[in-house]
Design a protein around this ligand. Structure first.
Ligand code: ZN
Length: 298
């Protein structure tokens, strides 16, 4: 009888132990699958186009970001103009275009022309991604409304010029924002933008000041495009700051912060930008992720 009880106890222990191992093994499997399925830059072909307004440190951004991209296994080619977009063979093989090319103060002949934009559209329809930040993507090709539709927003003003503001993460379940908490960013531009209401917004920021003072150092012609009239009527506005969207098979990731390169010293911002590059590089390989967000749907 005693022997039978011991046998029963050891059999129960064995069953519990086995069950424990099955649970642990399944957890391991699901974790390793999640890791394997995460976006990656390994062996991805990236075209990095920089130029336009020196105010956004395009050349310096190459020195900051290209080593980080290469460290993750990306094959990066760097260009200081849009001519490469016309090379259909290269574009067919490109996984991601990173663009740091602000229109402001840039002669029209140096901006993306219509032929180059059409080439960009074709590449994106086939799965090439597009990513960037601030004016390098969100204030580029300013006269082309179709380009603005691709990006999902267009810069209008940066009220108060350099200012401090809070970035609020609105979607914490996304790959790009997971584990990221709301954060403060100081002494940089808070973009006021015209927005496509169907982008998938990941972070927002509120304009909280009663008035936004202008810098005394700006020349009158610069003051005009910053749009003085708008600036004092925006208190309470909540603006999308970081978003993603699709264009054909191509993926777009955009962050409106980054006037200064040192903005990326803020770990939350750098983490999301690098994740955004990885995510946007997967258009040819991953299943299409829905990004349509009908905010005004009744
Ligand atoms: Zn700026």
């Amino acid at each position: 009888m005693l022997i039978q009880e011991n046998q029963f106890i050891s059999y129960s222990r064995f069953r519990i132990l086995l069950l424990g191992w099955v649970v642990i093994f399944n957890l391991y499997l699901s974790f390793s699958q999640a890791t394997e399925n995460e976006p990656s830059l390994k062996n991805k072909k990236i075209i990095y186009i920089y130029g336009g307004c020196g105010c956004h440190s395009p050349k310096e951004s190459v020195d900051l970001f290209v080593p980080l991209l290469e460290k993750e296994g990306a094959i990066v080619q760097v260009y200081d103009n849009f001519k490469i977009l016309e090379n259909s063979k290269v574009m067919t093989e490109t996984d991601l275009i990173i663009q740091v090319y602000t229109d402001a103060f840039t002669p029209a002949e140096n901006r993306m022309n219509d032929e180059q934009f059409r080439a960009l559209q074709i590449a994106m329809l086939n799965g090439t991604g597009l990513s960037g930040w601030h004016g390098g993507l969100g204030d580029s090709n300013r006269v082309n409304t179709r380009y603005q539709f691709v990006v999902g927003g267009q810069f209008v003003a940066h009220p108060g010029n350099s200012t401090d503001f809070e970035v609020l993460i609105t979607n914490k379940s996304d790959y790009i924002t997971k584990g990221i908490n709301d954060f403060q960013i100081k002494n940089t531009e808070q973009y006021y933008m015209m927005i496509d209401p169907n982008i998938k917004v990941l972070a927002v920021s509120e304009f909280k000041k009663e008035t936004y003072q202008k810098s005394d150092t700006l020349a009158l012609e610069q003051m005009e495009w910053i749009n003085i009239d708008v600036e004092n009527q925006i208190k309470g506005s909540v603006m999308p700051m970081i978003w993603k969207k699709n264009y054909g098979k191509g993926r777009i990731f955009y962050c409106s912060i980054g006037h200064n390169l040192y903005d990326f010293d803020t770990p939350e911002l750098m983490t999301m930008q690098m994740r955004g590059f990885r995510w946007a590089s997967e258009g040819k390989y991953a299943n299409k992720e829905p990004t349509i967000t009908p905010v005004y749907k009744k």
